[in-house]
Write a protein that binds this ligand. Structure first.
Ligand code: NDP
Length: 250
């Protein structure tokens, strides 16, 4: 019978120290997987997370580096495969915002968001796909955003990266389907994390006013969708964009 059980599986989550990534690490570990995660600068959070996972009996590995750097991605994947002998699940979650209206958006802000949010997805997928093809099984889950589907003034860089993730994922799903590897997207709406903590009350109210479920998502709401797509339950789902947005983008 198909279940959510991930006992014996190995997973890698980019940007696992905080917010959605942290909740995804917890969910995958809770389902029985060994979990590796990356982060950019939060050393204390990374150490605490590894310790918390060890305490509940989960094998965990933490890697510091820039997800936008291909060499880093290849090193991480090689280390995980060396340590655990397989890589079953990759969750491309690392992301940043550098919002500005086009007139004030700098080239650096464009490059930073495309590099961290979109190139990182290429990097870790490319680094992992040979291993997954050889295994003839694998799950790649990429975190996009409702903004990649609907657009948002002030976020041309972010929307381009997130829409790019959707096109990338559908294309890779077609390339890897016959090898037993699925590639799917989770597109969250408004989630309460550090990333959205800086929004003004007015921006927050405006966004929530358009959400049929009339509340923000928790990081755990998003992690549940990721867990489903990473599990046997979603074995016949690929190239799909799963909206976790309280109904915002229908
Ligand atoms: P947070 O800012 O709370 O956490 C971001 C995580 O990504 C941290 O672990 C951070 O590491 C890591 N990270 C950032 N840049 C890099 C990098 N260059 N290399 C490696 N790791 C990096 O973000 P959220 O949890 O809110 O967002 C997670 C994902 O979900 C992002 O892709 C975001 O675009 C997407 N999303 C979020 C929504 C929201 O409303 N919050 C809505 C829709 C999508 P460190 O701790 O070291 O900085």
């Amino acid at each position: 019978m198909h279940t959510l059980d991930l006992t014996g599986k190995t997973a890698l989550v980019t940007g696992g120290t905080r917010g959605i990534g942290r909740a995804v690490v917890d969910a995958l570990a809770g389902a029985g997987a060994k979990v590796a995660f990356t982060y950019r600068s939060s050393d204390a959070e990374a150490d605490a997370l590894v310790a918390a996972l060890a305490e509940r009996g989960t094998e965990a590995l933490a890697f510091k580096g820039d997800a936008g750097d291909f060499a880093h991605a290849q090193t991480v994947v090689d280390e995980v495969v060396k340590a655990w002998g397989s890589l079953d699940i990759v969750v491309n979650n690392a992301g940043i915002t550098k919002d500005n209206l086009m007139i004030r958006m700098s080239e650096d802000d464009w490059d930073a968001v495309i590099g961290t949010n979109l190139k990182s997805v290429f990097n870790f997928s490319k680094a992992a796909y040979r291993t997954m093809m050889k295994q003839r099984s694998g799950r790649i889950v990429n975190i996009a955003s409702v903004v990649g589907v609907m657009g948002n003034a002030g976020q041309t860089n972010y929307a381009a990266a997130k829409a790019g993730i959707i096109g990338f994922s559908k294309s890779l799903a077609k390339e890897l389907g016959s090898r037993g590897v699925t590639v799917n997207v989770v597109a969250p709406g408004y989630v309460e994390t550090d990333m959205t903590a800086t929004l003004s009350d007015a921006a927050r109210e405006a966004m929530l006013g358009a959400v049929p479920l009339a509340r923000p998502a928790s990081a755990q709401d998003v992690a549940g969708a990721v867990l489903f797509l990473a599990s046997d339950l979603a074995g016949y789902v690929t190239g799909h964009v799963l909206h976790v947005d309280g109904g915002l983008a229908m």
